[in-house]
Ligand binder design. Structure first.
Ligand SMILES: NC(=O)c1ccc[n+]([C@@H]2O[C@H](COP(=O)([O-])OP(=O)(O)OC[C@H]3O[C@@H](n4cnc5c(N)ncnc54)[C@H](OP(=O)(O)O)[C@@H]3O)[C@@H](O)[C@H]2O)c1
Length: 182
């Protein structure tokens, strides 16, 4: 797939590395923005309080499938929205998902060593499912769906608990499995 990351830091750059290894072609955009016209999917990985500003600087987002990986850390979503991800959807009008916000970029280099693929949470539109789950698997994780896009606010707030765990054990991975896949 042709992918664009808006943000090329720990998450944008880290996932770009993993996706390139899996055979995708990735364009990495920084704060100067750029053009996403030819992309099959777009990742948003900028600080949680600057999503609106970052989207303004990128052309060709209309109708695109977007995965929003941002966390807000006490910053409210743009006015009138319950989550950054729902704001993204209102701007792009394409299939939208929230994912990769509940995993640490620091661990990307070690995912391949896991005995069993760690989980990666996502929520979002049904039309995004095939691509999002493929990109989660291509990064080395197993997708776990939280729900539709109206769960994005809950998935963004989960970071508070995750930071609590981080303070106890440092960066970590996790796995969620139903009884028939123990
Ligand atoms: N780090 C993690 O483990 C982790 C895990 C899950 C989710 N997240 C979330 O993912 C997002 C990115 O985190 P990160 O650790 O990758 O951050 P980072 O390494 O600091 O990278 C941030 C990226 O955002 C760009 N940026 C900064 N300000 C901008 C602006 N005003 N407009 C447009 N682009 C801007 C930067 O552009 P330049 O390249 O031009 O400087 C950079 O490429 C955050 O929302 C974070 O909470 C982080």
């Amino acid at each position: 797939m042709r992918l664009t990351t808006i943000g090329r830091g720990n998450v944008g750059g880290g996932l770009a590395d993993l996706w390139e290894k899996a055979g995708h072609q990735v364009t990495r955009l920084g704060r100067e923005g750029g053009d996403a016209t030819g992309s099959d999917a777009v990742l948003v990985a900028v600080p949680g309080g600057v999503v609106a500003e970052a989207l303004e600087k990128v052309r060709g987002l209309e109708g695109k499938l977007v995965i929003d990986a941002t966390n807000r850390f006490g910053v409210e979503p743009p006015a009138g929205f319950q989550s950054n991800a729902e704001y993204v959807k209102a701007k792009t009008q394409g299939p939208t998902a929230k994912s990769f916000n509940i995993n640490f970029a620091k661990m990307y280099g070690q995912i391949g060593q896991a005995r069993t693929a760690p989980s990666n949470l996502w929520c979002g539109d049904d039309e995004a499912r095939e691509v999002v789950e493929r990109l989660i698997r291509d990064a080395g994780y197993e997708p776990v769906r939280v729900g539709k896009l109206d769960k994005a606010g809950a998935q963004e707030r989960m970071i508070e608990g995750v930071i609590g765990i981080l303070e106890q054990m440092g960066p970590f991975v996790y796995r969620m499995a139903p009884p028939d896949r123990l």
